[in-house]
Unconditional design. Structure first.
Length: 387
């Protein structure tokens, strides 16, 4: 009897997902893994990370040997961030480890020029763009598409770091001088006069199943996402956004969750801004306001398990980021007061040291009356922001 039971346990033992990076995205995968009954192990860079409760190894993700040691303890490798060098991931794959999304897909989210070239090849709508290596090339693009253009570092940027709106070449001279750090080229883009920013979240698993959440509206302050409204209230481009996301997911062979950031123009046209191949800030609403959260879906997708229903559980959801106000306020002082005053709010704190502008947590509200949800969520945030 005892040995038969052991056999059965072996057969039904659930797989373990390994996450490289221990930020808030890895942190929010943990409760989803617990609910599904699958294992999760996180490779962190330092002690005291946001995902510390799931960290099993602290090390350097650029070091192949350390990654192999970690990979041997899990069934599939996935990511909390996009910084692991493609070459390292290719080596892991070559040694037989399962990496999802794979380096061939992920490289498009790691390098904005690689992405622009691929989207051009796929014929998908995007801003007018050009690669530039010299001040003369920047000047030429400014003359054609100015008075203002957008310049981006193709690699390493996030939360608006690595994006500048310029009207003279002098404003990117430092980037041109240090251009080798960005892969030898800068990305130039027309400055899009959008009426709004949108994000299309979706998931695809290796056997091909694809599911998308409702299109959402995102709001950025100084290049950092501050609020998300789901579904996007004004846009009529839901079907088109989903088609674009599916073309990208299939065209690039993406596995796992992918976010496509979009610009919406006055004409109604939508253009692709950038891609993320992992759970994304624009999808945090799904934890509390969708049948399947992006974190649960990501785990299902990278394990090639059937995907869950992405329908919303209310007519509207609002996600409000808690961005650090200074290096003191960890938002705990007024936590009990905010909870008492706003029982309808779902609170999420990431256990990160406070720093101005840093993503420290978020709030989610769902219900029937969008204006009411926004007002309550913003008032709750203001209360937490008080010293
Ligand atoms: N071509 C553009 N025209 C106008 N605004 C832009 C353009 N590209 C980026 N932005 C603005 O800058 C923000 C950050 O740019 P993005 O490329 O998404 O960088 P990050 O990787 O930091 O998110 C966008 O959300 C948008 O508000
Ligand atoms: Mg962005």
């Amino acid at each position: 009897m005892a040995s038969a039971k052991l056999e059965l346990e072996k057969e039904v033992s659930m797989p373990v997902v390994g996450v490289i990076g221990a930020g808030q995205l890895a942190r929010m995968m943990q409760p989803a893994a617990i609910a599904l009954g699958i294992g999760i192990k996180v490779f962190g860079e330092a002690e005291g990370s946001s995902a510390h409760q799931a960290v099993t190894k602290v090390g350097d993700y650029n070091d192949f040997d350390q990654l192999v040691e970690f990979a041997k303890t899990v069934d599939v490798i996935t990511f909390d961030h996009e910084h692991v060098p493609t070459a390292v991931l290719e080596r892991l794959e070559a040694e037989g480890f399962s990496v999802r999304p794979g380096p061939n897909a992920l490289k498009h989210a790691q390098n904005k020029l690689t992405m622009r070239r691929k989207l051009t090849e796929l014929g998908l709508p995007q801003p007018i763009w050009k690669a530039a290596k010299t001040e003369a090339a920047v000047a030429g693009f400014l003359a054609e598409f100015g008075p203002k253009i957008v310049v981006k570092t193709p690699i390493g940027g996030y939360d608006g770091k690595g994006v500048r709106v310029i009207s003279t070449t002098a404003e990117v001279r430092d980037w041109l001088e240090g251009i080798s750090a960005f892969g030898g080229e800068l990305l130039l883009e027309q400055k899009v006069e959008f009426i709004g920013e949108l994000a299309q979240l979706s998931a695809r698993r290796p056997s091909g199943e694809f599911r998308a959440w409702p299109l959402v509206a995102t709001f950025q302050e100084a290049g950092v996402c501050s609020e998300v409204i789901a579904p996007a209230p004004a846009s009529s481009r839901h079907a088109e956004a989903e088609r674009i996301a599916q073309s990208i997911a299939e065209g690039l062979g993406v596995t796992g969750v992918m976010a496509v950031e979009l610009f919406e123009l006055e004409s109604g046209e939508i253009l692709v801004n950038e891609l993320a191949m992992r759970p994304h800030n624009s999808g945090h609403f799904s934890i509390d306001a969708s049948i399947t959260s992006q974190f649960e879906q990501h785990l299902r997708a990278v394990l090639d398990l059937p995907l869950g229903d992405t329908s919303s559980t209310s007519s509207h959801a609002v996600m409000i980021n808690l961005l650090g106000v200074d290096s003191e306020n960890d938002f705990l002082r007024h936590y009990p007061t905010a909870m008492a005053k706003y029982p309808q709010v779902k609170f999420h704190l990431y256990e990160k040291a406070p720093r101005q502008g840093r993503k420290m947590g978020h709030l989610t509200l769902q219900g029937q009356d969008l204006a009411e949800l926004l007002a309550a969520g913003r008032a709750c945030r203001e209360l937490l922001y008080n010293r």
